[in-house]
Design a protein. Structure first.
Length: 232
């Protein structure tokens, strides 16, 4: 059992395994967000058919609305998104030697994000506002909040050592603010909903797989102190 646990731990910490999930998660949420469904959001829109699937390139419908038609696709949207973000946030934590209480808080945020996205995808969206809709949207918003906080904690740590990381943190905050502002001004939209997801995937790629923030990298690899229990 200990050998199996050690093998699983090595796998989820492997650079190429994490990169695969980053790219797969990005591709999945993007393609899912382009699926066409008949809804007031897409009234008057002429969909494009690709490989027999109706696509709305403008991404007008939100993930929740699409989930009313693509039931299991919506479950995958939540599951794959959490896996890809969690694996790569933790990979970035290890790469930049991010430890201590802030890192532990980040891991707790990822666990809370898992609970929130589960609530979101298991309690489906419905018309009007009631208890069901409250839990659905609360799960979605809190999932985004906790994931953003887990990533933001690392960026705050890196910003102390790198001007590039400081600029990235500022862009990340501005992107989240822009999304909230657009939601208030324009209303719900799949494209607006996707802005922070795309931004998070891009930042995680830059953090994990480029040398853009090399000033933040530890001089030598830190001793391996994490246990399987500490790695989500």
């Amino acid at each position: 059992m200990s050998n199996l646990k050690a093998s699983c731990l090595r796998l989820i910490r492997n650079k190429w395994f994490c990169l695969f999930w980053l790219l797969f998660g990005l591709a999945y949420v993007t393609v899912y967000g382009m699926l066409y469904v008949e809804d007031p959001f897409t009234a008057g829109v002429e969909p494009v058919k690709i490989l027999g699937i109706l696509i709305d390139p403008a991404m007008r419908a939100t993930a929740s609305i699409i989930g009313k038609t693509y039931f299991w696709g919506f479950k995958g949207w939540g599951l794959f998104q959490w896996i890809s973000l969690a694996l790569n946030i933790l990979y970035a934590y290890r790469r930049y030697g991010f430890t201590g209480k802030p890192a532990r808080a980040g891991r707790v945020c990822l666990l809370l994000a898992a609970c929130c996205i589960t609530v979101c995808v298991m309690i489906r969206s419905k018309e009007g506002f009631g208890l069901q809709q409250f839990f659905h949207w609360s799960g979605a918003l809190l999932f985004a909040f906790f994931d953003a906080l887990a990533l933001g904690l690392l960026l705050v740590h890196a910003a102390k050592q790198s001007g590039r990381a400081k600029a990235t943190l500022a862009v990340f905050i501005a992107m989240l603010a822009a999304m909230l502002g657009l939601l208030v001004l324009v209303g719900k939209s799949g494209a607006i909903e996707s802005i922070p997801m795309w931004g998070a995937y891009l930042i995680l790629f830059l953090l994990g797989y480029t040398s853009l923030y090399r000033k933040c990298l530890p001089a030598s690899p830190a001793p391996e102190r994490e246990t399987a229990a500490a790695t989500i």
